[in-house]
Design a protein around this ligand. Structure first.
Ligand code: C2E
Ligand code: CA
Ligand code: CA
Ligand code: CA
Length: 279
Protein backbone atom coordinates (compact mmCIF):
# COMPACT_ATOMS: atom_id res chain seq x y z
CA UNK A 1 0.00 0.00 0.00
CA UNK A 2 2.95 2.28 0.64
CA UNK A 3 3.74 2.57 -3.07
CA UNK A 4 0.29 3.89 -3.87
CA UNK A 5 1.13 7.22 -2.28
CA UNK A 6 0.44 8.97 0.93
CA UNK A 7 -3.12 10.02 0.18
CA UNK A 8 -4.32 6.55 -0.67
CA UNK A 9 -2.87 5.16 2.56
CA UNK A 10 -4.34 8.01 4.58
CA UNK A 11 -7.83 7.33 3.30
CA UNK A 12 -7.96 3.94 5.02
CA UNK A 13 -6.32 5.15 8.17
CA UNK A 14 -8.75 4.13 10.96
CA UNK A 15 -7.94 7.24 12.99
CA UNK A 16 -8.74 9.39 9.98
CA UNK A 17 -12.00 7.54 9.44
CA UNK A 18 -12.99 8.09 13.04
CA UNK A 19 -12.46 11.81 12.53
CA UNK A 20 -14.66 11.72 9.42
CA UNK A 21 -17.42 9.87 11.24
CA UNK A 22 -17.39 12.37 14.10
CA UNK A 23 -17.56 15.21 11.58
CA UNK A 24 -20.50 13.63 9.77
CA UNK A 25 -22.33 13.18 13.04
CA UNK A 26 -21.61 16.75 14.04
CA UNK A 27 -22.90 17.93 10.69
CA UNK A 28 -26.18 16.08 10.94
CA UNK A 29 -26.52 17.19 14.56
CA UNK A 30 -26.05 20.80 13.43
CA UNK A 31 -28.96 20.41 11.00
CA UNK A 32 -31.07 18.95 13.78
CA UNK A 33 -30.02 21.77 16.12
CA UNK A 34 -31.34 24.32 13.67
CA UNK A 35 -34.59 22.44 13.12
CA UNK A 36 -35.18 21.85 16.85
CA UNK A 37 -34.24 25.33 18.03
CA UNK A 38 -31.25 24.24 20.07
CA UNK A 39 -29.44 27.51 19.41
CA UNK A 40 -29.52 30.48 21.69
CA UNK A 41 -27.93 33.91 21.59
CA UNK A 42 -25.93 35.22 24.52
CA UNK A 43 -24.95 38.85 24.83
CA UNK A 44 -21.69 40.27 26.09
CA UNK A 45 -21.62 43.88 27.22
CA UNK A 46 -19.38 46.55 25.76
CA UNK A 47 -18.55 49.51 27.98
CA UNK A 48 -16.79 52.86 27.76
CA UNK A 49 -14.06 54.25 30.04
CA UNK A 50 -16.70 55.38 32.56
CA UNK A 51 -18.08 51.85 32.73
CA UNK A 52 -21.28 52.86 30.96
CA UNK A 53 -22.97 50.35 28.69
CA UNK A 54 -22.41 51.20 25.03
CA UNK A 55 -23.59 47.98 23.45
CA UNK A 56 -23.30 44.24 23.22
CA UNK A 57 -22.01 41.48 20.99
CA UNK A 58 -24.37 38.62 20.19
CA UNK A 59 -22.64 35.25 20.61
CA UNK A 60 -24.11 31.97 19.46
CA UNK A 61 -24.61 29.08 21.88
CA UNK A 62 -25.63 25.53 21.04
CA UNK A 63 -27.43 23.87 23.90
CA UNK A 64 -27.29 20.19 23.06
CA UNK A 65 -29.79 17.97 24.93
CA UNK A 66 -27.08 15.46 25.93
CA UNK A 67 -23.80 17.30 25.64
CA UNK A 68 -24.92 20.61 27.11
CA UNK A 69 -23.19 23.78 25.93
CA UNK A 70 -21.12 23.38 22.79
CA UNK A 71 -18.76 26.25 22.04
CA UNK A 72 -19.09 28.05 18.71
CA UNK A 73 -15.34 27.57 18.30
CA UNK A 74 -16.21 23.87 17.95
CA UNK A 75 -19.04 24.07 15.44
CA UNK A 76 -18.70 27.35 13.50
CA UNK A 77 -15.76 26.10 11.39
CA UNK A 78 -17.74 23.04 10.32
CA UNK A 79 -20.86 25.12 9.75
CA UNK A 80 -18.77 27.29 7.43
CA UNK A 81 -17.35 24.34 5.51
CA UNK A 82 -20.73 22.72 4.99
CA UNK A 83 -22.56 25.95 4.19
CA UNK A 84 -24.85 25.45 7.19
CA UNK A 85 -23.55 28.78 8.46
CA UNK A 86 -25.91 30.45 5.96
CA UNK A 87 -29.20 29.33 7.57
CA UNK A 88 -27.61 29.49 11.03
CA UNK A 89 -26.37 33.02 10.37
CA UNK A 90 -29.83 33.98 9.18
CA UNK A 91 -31.29 32.69 12.42
CA UNK A 92 -28.69 34.68 14.37
CA UNK A 93 -29.48 37.93 12.56
CA UNK A 94 -33.23 37.42 12.85
CA UNK A 95 -33.01 36.60 16.55
CA UNK A 96 -30.66 39.50 17.30
CA UNK A 97 -32.95 41.98 15.53
CA UNK A 98 -36.05 40.64 17.30
CA UNK A 99 -34.17 41.05 20.59
CA UNK A 100 -33.14 44.59 19.70
CA UNK A 101 -36.78 45.47 19.03
CA UNK A 102 -37.85 44.00 22.34
CA UNK A 103 -35.20 45.92 24.27
CA UNK A 104 -36.17 49.08 22.42
CA UNK A 105 -39.70 48.69 23.74
CA UNK A 106 -38.60 48.01 27.32
CA UNK A 107 -35.82 50.50 27.94
CA UNK A 108 -33.99 53.43 26.41
CA UNK A 109 -31.57 51.78 24.00
CA UNK A 110 -30.71 54.81 21.90
CA UNK A 111 -27.14 54.79 23.19
CA UNK A 112 -26.62 51.05 22.53
CA UNK A 113 -25.43 49.12 19.51
CA UNK A 114 -25.72 45.41 18.93
CA UNK A 115 -22.85 43.66 17.15
CA UNK A 116 -23.53 40.49 15.15
CA UNK A 117 -20.81 38.21 13.77
CA UNK A 118 -21.15 37.42 10.09
CA UNK A 119 -18.99 34.74 8.53
CA UNK A 120 -17.33 34.96 5.12
CA UNK A 121 -19.59 32.40 3.47
CA UNK A 122 -22.68 34.18 4.76
CA UNK A 123 -21.50 37.63 3.70
CA UNK A 124 -20.63 36.33 0.21
CA UNK A 125 -24.18 35.19 -0.52
CA UNK A 126 -25.49 37.13 -3.50
CA UNK A 127 -28.69 38.05 -1.63
CA UNK A 128 -27.01 39.04 1.66
CA UNK A 129 -27.90 42.74 1.43
CA UNK A 130 -31.53 41.98 0.52
CA UNK A 131 -31.78 39.44 3.32
CA UNK A 132 -30.49 41.87 5.95
CA UNK A 133 -32.67 44.65 4.59
CA UNK A 134 -35.69 42.35 4.83
CA UNK A 135 -34.92 41.39 8.44
CA UNK A 136 -34.38 45.01 9.48
CA UNK A 137 -37.72 46.03 7.96
CA UNK A 138 -39.55 43.00 9.28
CA UNK A 139 -38.62 43.85 12.86
CA UNK A 140 -38.85 47.60 12.26
CA UNK A 141 -35.62 48.24 14.09
CA UNK A 142 -33.45 51.30 13.84
CA UNK A 143 -30.70 49.86 11.62
CA UNK A 144 -28.16 52.29 13.04
CA UNK A 145 -28.27 50.24 16.26
CA UNK A 146 -26.92 47.27 14.32
CA UNK A 147 -23.24 46.56 13.78
CA UNK A 148 -21.83 43.76 11.67
CA UNK A 149 -18.51 42.21 12.70
CA UNK A 150 -16.40 40.97 9.81
CA UNK A 151 -12.90 39.54 9.99
CA UNK A 152 -10.01 40.76 7.91
CA UNK A 153 -9.98 37.56 5.87
CA UNK A 154 -13.68 37.94 4.99
CA UNK A 155 -13.05 41.42 3.67
CA UNK A 156 -9.73 40.62 1.98
CA UNK A 157 -11.16 37.64 0.14
CA UNK A 158 -12.65 39.93 -2.49
CA UNK A 159 -12.09 43.52 -1.45
CA UNK A 160 -14.03 45.16 -4.27
CA UNK A 161 -17.17 43.03 -3.93
CA UNK A 162 -17.05 43.29 -0.15
CA UNK A 163 -16.61 47.05 -0.16
CA UNK A 164 -19.58 47.41 -2.50
CA UNK A 165 -21.78 45.33 -0.20
CA UNK A 166 -20.60 47.22 2.85
CA UNK A 167 -21.55 50.51 1.18
CA UNK A 168 -25.03 49.19 0.39
CA UNK A 169 -25.53 48.09 3.98
CA UNK A 170 -24.14 51.35 5.28
CA UNK A 171 -26.90 53.13 3.32
CA UNK A 172 -29.39 51.26 5.50
CA UNK A 173 -27.59 52.68 8.54
CA UNK A 174 -25.67 49.56 9.52
CA UNK A 175 -22.20 49.97 11.05
CA UNK A 176 -19.14 47.75 10.63
CA UNK A 177 -16.49 46.52 12.98
CA UNK A 178 -13.38 44.70 11.85
CA UNK A 179 -13.11 41.73 14.19
CA UNK A 180 -9.91 40.09 15.44
CA UNK A 181 -7.94 43.02 14.10
CA UNK A 182 -4.19 42.49 13.89
CA UNK A 183 -4.35 38.77 13.17
CA UNK A 184 -4.73 39.14 9.40
CA UNK A 185 -2.98 41.01 6.66
CA UNK A 186 -4.62 44.39 6.48
CA UNK A 187 -2.88 47.01 4.45
CA UNK A 188 -3.32 50.71 4.95
CA UNK A 189 -4.27 51.06 1.31
CA UNK A 190 -7.60 49.30 1.63
CA UNK A 191 -8.28 50.06 5.29
CA UNK A 192 -8.70 53.65 4.20
CA UNK A 193 -11.18 52.72 1.49
CA UNK A 194 -13.43 50.53 3.61
CA UNK A 195 -16.59 51.99 5.15
CA UNK A 196 -15.60 50.82 8.63
CA UNK A 197 -16.70 52.31 11.94
CA UNK A 198 -14.61 50.29 14.34
CA UNK A 199 -11.48 48.22 14.77
CA UNK A 200 -11.70 45.46 17.35
CA UNK A 201 -8.31 44.55 18.80
CA UNK A 202 -7.99 40.80 18.97
CA UNK A 203 -7.92 39.30 22.45
CA UNK A 204 -4.66 37.49 21.71
CA UNK A 205 -2.87 40.88 21.83
CA UNK A 206 -4.79 42.09 24.86
CA UNK A 207 -4.02 39.02 26.99
CA UNK A 208 -0.37 39.84 27.79
CA UNK A 209 -0.56 43.56 27.22
CA UNK A 210 1.00 44.29 30.63
CA UNK A 211 3.67 41.57 30.36
CA UNK A 212 4.79 41.36 26.76
CA UNK A 213 6.38 44.46 25.26
CA UNK A 214 5.71 43.17 21.73
CA UNK A 215 1.99 42.87 22.36
CA UNK A 216 1.98 46.29 24.02
CA UNK A 217 3.66 47.76 20.95
CA UNK A 218 1.19 46.11 18.57
CA UNK A 219 -1.78 47.34 20.58
CA UNK A 220 -0.42 50.89 20.70
CA UNK A 221 0.07 50.76 16.91
CA UNK A 222 -3.47 49.47 16.29
CA UNK A 223 -4.97 52.19 18.47
CA UNK A 224 -2.94 54.89 16.71
CA UNK A 225 -3.98 53.47 13.34
CA UNK A 226 -7.64 53.46 14.31
CA UNK A 227 -7.50 57.02 15.62
CA UNK A 228 -5.75 58.21 12.48
CA UNK A 229 -8.42 56.60 10.31
CA UNK A 230 -11.15 58.18 12.41
CA UNK A 231 -12.39 54.83 13.71
CA UNK A 232 -13.60 53.76 17.11
CA UNK A 233 -11.24 51.22 18.64
CA UNK A 234 -12.55 48.53 20.98
CA UNK A 235 -10.50 45.92 22.82
CA UNK A 236 -11.90 42.42 23.38
CA UNK A 237 -10.86 39.91 26.00
CA UNK A 238 -10.29 42.54 28.70
CA UNK A 239 -10.02 40.54 31.91
CA UNK A 240 -8.08 42.72 34.34
CA UNK A 241 -8.10 46.29 35.61
CA UNK A 242 -4.43 46.53 34.58
CA UNK A 243 -5.33 45.76 30.96
CA UNK A 244 -8.09 48.35 31.08
CA UNK A 245 -5.68 50.96 32.50
CA UNK A 246 -3.10 50.25 29.83
CA UNK A 247 -5.74 50.68 27.14
CA UNK A 248 -7.03 53.94 28.58
CA UNK A 249 -3.49 55.31 28.91
CA UNK A 250 -3.03 54.52 25.24
CA UNK A 251 -6.34 56.12 24.19
CA UNK A 252 -8.59 53.10 23.70
CA UNK A 253 -11.85 53.77 25.51
CA UNK A 254 -14.17 50.90 24.52
CA UNK A 255 -13.94 47.48 26.09
CA UNK A 256 -15.42 44.01 26.11
CA UNK A 257 -14.35 41.18 28.36
CA UNK A 258 -14.82 39.14 31.51
CA UNK A 259 -13.72 42.13 33.64
CA UNK A 260 -17.15 43.59 32.92
CA UNK A 261 -19.28 40.55 32.13
CA UNK A 262 -19.24 37.15 30.53
CA UNK A 263 -21.73 36.62 27.71
CA UNK A 264 -25.18 36.32 29.35
CA UNK A 265 -28.67 35.30 28.23
CA UNK A 266 -31.05 37.88 26.74
CA UNK A 267 -33.11 38.31 29.92
CA UNK A 268 -30.02 39.00 32.02
CA UNK A 269 -28.81 41.56 29.50
CA UNK A 270 -32.26 43.14 29.49
CA UNK A 271 -32.03 43.50 33.27
CA UNK A 272 -28.65 45.23 32.89
CA UNK A 273 -30.07 47.77 30.44
CA UNK A 274 -32.95 48.50 32.77
CA UNK A 275 -30.62 49.03 35.77
CA UNK A 276 -28.54 51.68 34.03
CA UNK A 277 -25.66 51.00 36.36
CA UNK A 278 -21.99 51.30 35.46
CA UNK A 279 -19.75 48.26 35.23
P1 C2E B 1 -15.18 36.31 18.59
O1 C2E B 1 -16.13 36.97 17.64
O2 C2E B 1 -13.78 36.79 18.60
O3 C2E B 1 -15.87 36.45 20.01
C1 C2E B 1 -15.16 36.69 21.19
C2 C2E B 1 -14.98 35.40 21.96
O4 C2E B 1 -14.20 35.69 23.13
C3 C2E B 1 -16.26 34.81 22.50
O5 C2E B 1 -16.10 33.41 22.49
C4 C2E B 1 -16.33 35.35 23.91
O6 C2E B 1 -17.13 34.58 24.78
C5 C2E B 1 -14.89 35.27 24.30
N1 C2E B 1 -14.54 36.23 25.35
C6 C2E B 1 -15.18 37.35 25.69
N2 C2E B 1 -14.56 38.00 26.68
C7 C2E B 1 -13.49 37.25 27.01
C8 C2E B 1 -12.44 37.39 27.99
O7 C2E B 1 -12.37 38.35 28.76
N3 C2E B 1 -11.49 36.42 28.00
C9 C2E B 1 -11.52 35.35 27.17
N4 C2E B 1 -10.56 34.44 27.27
N5 C2E B 1 -12.50 35.18 26.23
C10 C2E B 1 -13.46 36.12 26.16
P2 C2E B 1 -17.26 32.45 22.00
O8 C2E B 1 -18.59 33.01 22.42
O9 C2E B 1 -16.89 31.08 22.40
O10 C2E B 1 -17.19 32.58 20.42
C11 C2E B 1 -16.08 32.11 19.72
C12 C2E B 1 -16.12 32.55 18.29
O11 C2E B 1 -17.18 31.93 17.58
C13 C2E B 1 -16.34 34.05 18.11
O12 C2E B 1 -15.13 34.74 18.32
C14 C2E B 1 -16.82 34.09 16.69
O13 C2E B 1 -15.73 34.06 15.79
C15 C2E B 1 -17.61 32.81 16.57
N6 C2E B 1 -19.04 33.12 16.72
C16 C2E B 1 -19.77 33.25 17.84
N7 C2E B 1 -21.05 33.53 17.55
C17 C2E B 1 -21.13 33.60 16.20
C18 C2E B 1 -22.19 33.86 15.28
O14 C2E B 1 -23.35 34.15 15.62
N8 C2E B 1 -21.88 33.81 13.94
C19 C2E B 1 -20.60 33.55 13.51
N9 C2E B 1 -20.38 33.53 12.19
N10 C2E B 1 -19.59 33.30 14.36
C20 C2E B 1 -19.85 33.33 15.68
CA1 CA C 1 -16.76 38.95 17.18
CA1 CA D 1 -13.01 38.81 18.05
CA1 CA E 1 -11.65 35.62 17.90
Amino acid sequence: AKTSGRNAVRFFDPAMQAVLVVRMMLESNLRIALALNQFQLYYQVQVNADGQLIGAEALLRWIHPDRGFISPAEFIPLAEETGLIVPIGLWVMDTACAQLKLWEAQADTRHLSLAVNVSAKQFKQADFVDTISHIVHKHQIDASRLKIELTESTILDNVDATTEKMHQLKKLGIAFSMDDFGTGYSSLAYLQRLPLNQLKIDQSFVRDINLDENDATIVRAIIALGINLGLNVIAEGVETAAQRSFLIENHCYSFQGYLFSKPIPAEAFQALIAMHKTL
